[in-house]
Design a protein around this ligand. Structure first.
Ligand code: IVH
Length: 703
């Protein structure tokens, strides 16, 4: 059977087999195109596969598969996996790099909980597995679904593949499990399995994997569970998400419960009641690392008591009750071939080291960041030098030092240009209001600098902004070079702009075909409604990144009211609208100034108007609008008895309140403990509701 066999001559049996083959082939091609940005089929070949699939389905409608490629348009589902919203977010961990960072972590925990320096504080230590996290949902002890981390809130449904992992039980054994529980842990590949897999890949003439983590990720995200089964993966359970009932009082007891239910937990998990014990455990694990047979990249410490974990809660993306103590990064020596300059979204000129390729910790490295001109001067690094580089986890490799034994005959020291290498505009080091000179040189070309325009557009479509599948760096560069797209709104006018530019339709362009253009335009159309936070982040306003954008979206909810305040603040600095922006914990003067500067530029306003004629900004989700203090501006003053100030603020924020540092007419509630002083007087004058700590606790417990 081959692609050329006419559909009309297929027997039913052959047709069924052929549909199965096409489903896999088309998915793999979609994945390469949309997710790996690395298509291996020409558009014509890809279209031929889809046409053949459709023709067979027309002839044998009853054989159409549940996962038929014809039901998938566009990229979201083209990945082949459905989406699963996690019951509670899958968080990441803060990092500690030194013993001092760990001591500081323990101080922070004590301060937050109000514990004395010598009060007992039990912490657990366990290896940080270098794999990918997975959330398993068990209902009445049965595995009902498995999801990857995704963006932390929504992951991909990899249930079928998780069932192919031996360490993941279909049903929990023993007793005492909550009716519903999200069990979280790490999927990883052992060194042995990795070596065997790569040997097989090589023998088959396929690409090998750079490291076990990539191999584990690639294997778990296989569309065909049979392939996953053929690539042995393992799983350690170490945490949980949503649970229908509490099941343990401590982390240690939770691990014991997992084990009793038939899940694998790491045998090196232990608890310690002193910091020296904890740090000794770290060094012991570092020494054992090479013999474990799987990759670990540090040690995770967790507060053992779960009631304390609950009180500590989480900051924006990581729990306050845990920290990852990372192992030192891996290092290697190579030759610096050249220093290039990259111009970023905000015009910053970043020197990039081009290196002779070298393997560091299993990954081939050929670029390293040099940050800025001060860094180059500090290292005194020049092309031709031998340099020591280091790579830690996913961060961009760095140059540590020059190790030339002989420094004679080197080229002159690198000098940053005074003009932008991309557009020729002046490149300046800015001075801030305190008189400090920025370490980075920035191109002043703004909207005339192609590098900045392209970088902004790439940011606009990137994963953390609009996340338009099928439009990545390559497409943006192509559209820009052909004069089709130079501002975000142009993406939503693609066919018309192509026509206006006097070009042939997109379908006729090299690398594009009927189907991929259809998918692309459908993907763009799906993004005509954009969540507030993603939209704001996508605008790429300096100092207003993902976190600030999220905060503003949750607080303002409506784009119109937010943008109204920003324009008002730009027109009348110091007005109420500006104070309202500044009253938010986490939004500082720098971010507000940057928003004002953006809004004050006529061309930015024009761009926004044009963009908003194409798309609609969806309301941001208000946090916990069901809580009695949601949206209220709260100020704490004086001493609190049952909790520390940090804890009080964190709980209020988690319930959707905005915590402010000072009392104004906009304040809704002042929680006043003994010694509240001038804030209390001011609140009374302004008629702000004043609550005691007990009254406040009463109020929030009704939520
Ligand atoms: S605890 C809420 N324990 O590291 C905290 N994470 O860098 C849940 N990881 O996203 C995480 N080994 O994927 C925990 N023993 C361990 C871990 C571990 C690996 C991963 C996890 C997390 C990432 C953060």
């Amino acid at each position: 059977m081959n692609d050329g066999d006419p559909v009309a001559q297929l027997t039913e049996h052959q047709a069924k087999a052929e549909l199965a083959r096409l489903a896999v082939e088309i998915r793999l091609a979609d994945q390469a195109y949309y997710q790996e940005d690395d298509p291996y089929l020409s558009d014509a070949d890809y279209d031929a596969l889809r046409r053949r699939n459709a023709a067979i389905e027309t002839r044998f409608p009853h054989l159409k598969r549940r996962d038929s490629p014809s039901d998938r348009v566009g990229a979201d589902s083209a990945s082949g996996f459905g989406k699963i919203t996690h019951g509670t977010a899958m968080l990441s961990l803060d990092n500690a790099f030194t013993d001092e960072d760990v001591i500081e972590f323990s101080r922070r925990v004590r301060r937050f909980l109000g514990l004395a320096d010598d009060a007992p504080l039990e912490l657990t230590a366990e290896p940080k597995i270098d794999g990918l996290s997975l959330s398993l949902t068990y209902e009445r002890g049965r595995l009902i679904q498995a999801a990857t981390r995704g963006n932390g809130l929504v992951g991909e449904d990899v249930s079928a593949n998780a069932r192919a992992v031996e360490d993941i039980p279909e049903t929990l054994s023993g007793a005492g499990w909550p009716d519903r529980i999200e069990i979280r842990g790490e999927v990883y590949m052992t060194h042995t399995a990795f070596a065997q897999l790569n040997a097989r890949e090589e023998a088959a003439g396929r690409k090998t994997f750079a490291n076990p983590r990539n191999a584990a990720a690639g294997s778990l995200r296989q569309l065909d569970p049979a392939i996953t089964r053929a690539r042995p993966l393992n799983f350690f359970a170490y945490a949980w998400g949503e649970v229908s009932a509490a099941f343990a009082p401590t982390q240690k007891a939770a691990m014991a419960a997992f084990k009793a239910w038939g899940l694998r937990t790491n045998p090196l998990f232990a608890s310690h009641d002193s910091l020296p014990g904890l740090i000794a455990a770290y060094h012991a694990l570092a020494a054992q690392r090479a013999q474990l047979g799987y990759d670990i990249d540090g040690v995770v410490y967790k507060v053992n008591r779960l009631d304390w974990q609950a009180r500590l809660g989480q900051a924006s993306r990581a729990p306050r009750w845990a920290i990852a103590h990372k192992f030192p990064a891996e290092r290697a020596v190579t030759r610096l071939e050249a220093i290039d300059l990259q111009v970023g979204r905000t015009g910053a000129l970043t020197p990039v080291a081009r290196l002779a390729p070298v393997t560091v910790g299993g990954v081939v490295v050929s670029n390293a960041t040099l940050h800025n001109e001060n860094e180059i001067a500090r290292l005194d690094v020049r092309p031709g030098d031998d340099v020591e580089i280091q790579r830690a986890g996913d961060v961009i490799p760095q140059i540590l030092r020059v190790i030339n034994p002989d420094r004679s005959g080197r080229p002159a020291a690198f000098a940053m240009p005074q003009t932008c290498p991309e557009c020729g505009s002046a490149a300046l080091r800015e001075t801030d209001e305190k008189g400090d000179v920025d370490v980075r040189r920035r191109c002043t070309g703004g909207l005339i600098c192609p590098a900045q325009i392209i970088a902004r557009l790439k940011h606009f479509v990137s994963r953390k902004a609009l996340d338009i599948d099928g439009i990545g760096a390559r497409q943006i560069e192509l559209f820009y070079r052909r004069g089709v797209v130079s501002a975000p709104q142009h993406l939503f006018q693609l066919p018309a702009r192509i026509e206006q530019a006097g070009l042939t339709p997109l379908q006729t362009w090299e690398g594009f075909g009927e189907t991929s253009v259809g998918n692309l335009l459908a993907a763009i159309d799906r993004h005509r409604e954009v969540p507030f936070a993603r939209f704001l982040n996508g605008l790429g306003i300096r100092h207003v990144g993902e976190t600030t954008a999220g905060l503003l979206a949750r607080t303002y909810v409506s784009w119109a009211s937010f943008w109204g305040d920003v324009t008002a603040a730009a027109e009348a600095p110091g007005c109420d609208a500006e104070l309202q922006l500044l009253s938010m914990d986490g939004v500082g003067q720098t971010a507000v100034d940057s928003l004002k500067a953006f809004a004050a530029e006529p061309h930015n306003r024009e761009m926004l108007d044009a963009l908003l004629a194409e798309i609609r900004v969806l309301d941001g989700a208000a946090p916990r609008s069901d809580s009695p203090v949601a949206g209220k501006i709260v100020v704490f003053s004086g001493t609190l008895d049952t909790m520390t100030r940090d804890e009080a603020k964190a709980r209020a924020t988690a319930l959707g309140a905005k915590v402010s540092g000072s009392v104004s007419a906009k304040t809704n509630i002042l929680v006043a403990g003994p010694g509240a002083g001038s804030k209390l007087t001011k609140a009374e004058t302004l008629g702000v509701t004043v609550l005691t700590e007990a009254e406040w606790l009463d109020l929030i417990s009704t939520g």
